[in-house]
Design a protein around this ligand. Structure first.
Ligand code: PAF
Length: 300
């Protein structure tokens, strides 16, 4: 066994089992290549760690639909436009490994170093996603989607997945990954999975780890407002519904609404006049106690 593959032997009740954690791409590729040659199906769930039930549901879906599942845990520096956000991003590897093994002992975890991925030059490739990257998150986080496109393209070339799983909470990211795959002709099926919510309605996010219990309770207002917006959108114009959401957040100084936008699901262009046969979504980004949360809702 290659030394760079760390084998974690753990006791679960009285059974000892092993699990593979790969810290570098060469050993992961050496392990996967024979399986790829045998035409095994590979499901891939990319994450930045701090795993929550949303990630776990993606992993379970991959395990159910593929012969092998690989999950990556990597806080990708090139997608952070704010150094403080990168520094404070939660890193909880031991807990993450436990959560993965609760699902299956046979899942492969790839947790590379920055050097393994980028050598000594952590820089993003520049992409043209036909304008998808210029809307919403793209306006507020310049360069973010170049960083996401770069890391996902690198992961796809190392892991060669049959299917890759992404949550709809990052809906713009999901559309951009589909565009990346279409434009670069990559042989992988992209599976979008519904937003996983706590009972309170709060969308599961690794960033929730940084919220106090009070802030978490308060943040449930985000989904409540989105649900109201959805109801209003059945009768009212996009402009009026947008105004409603801005007014709703204006009332409470603990929230800072970065944007709310109603946009076409496919093009992500803002809805000016409602058009029949188009599917619209409401997209929101709100700061609460300095923590940036995003969410969205289908308006149909
Ligand atoms: O959604 C995320 O967690 C990240 O953007 C991803 C897809 C793992 C790429 O770093």
């Amino acid at each position: 066994m290659d030394l760079s593959i760390k084998i974690v032997s753990l006791h679960r009740k009285h059974n000892i089992y092993t699990m593979f954690i790969f810290n570098d791409k060469d050993s992961l590729e050496a392990f996967l290549n024979p399986l790829i040659n045998q035409k095994k199906t590979i499901g891939f769930v990319p994450t930045m760690g701090a795993l929550h039930e949303g990630h776990q549901s993606l992993i379970k879906k991959s395990v159910a639909e593929n012969e092998i599942t690989v999950i990556s845990i990597f806080v990708n520096p090139t997608q952070f436009n704010n150094p403080e956000d990168l520094e404070k991003y939660p890193r909880t590897l031991d807990r993450d490994v436990t959560k993965v093994k609760e699902i299956s002992d046979l899942i492969l975890i790839y947790t590379p170093t920055v050097e393994d991925i980028y050598g000594n030059n952590p820089a993003a490739e520049q992409f043209d996603f036909d304008g998808l990257e210029l809307q919403m998150e793209g306006k507020h986080r310049p360069g973010h989607f170049d960083g996401v496109g770069t890391i996902i393209k690198k992961f796809f070339s190392i892991i060669k997945p049959t299917r890759a799983y992404f949550g709809e909470k990052d809906f713009q990211q999901l559309q951009i990954i589909k565009k990346l795959v279409a434009k670069e002709n990559l042989p992988v099926e992209i599976i979008g999975c519904p937003i996983h919510r706590a009972n309170s309605g709060l969308a599961m996010s690794s960033r929730n780890e940084r919220l106090s219990a009070e802030a978490k309770a308060k943040a449930t207002y985000i989904f409540k407002t989105l649900q109201e917006a959805k109801e209003k959108f059945q009768q009212q114009s996009a402009k009026d519904v947008t105004q409603y959401v801005y007014d709703a957040f204006e009332k409470d100084p603990e929230f800072e609404l970065e944007y709310f936008e109603i946009a076409d699901e496919e093009t992500l262009l803002p809805c000016i006049e409602k058009e029949p046969n188009k599917k619209y979504r409401g997209f929101i980004t709100v700061f609460i106690n300095g923590i940036r949360l995003i969410d969205n809702i289908a308006l149909y």
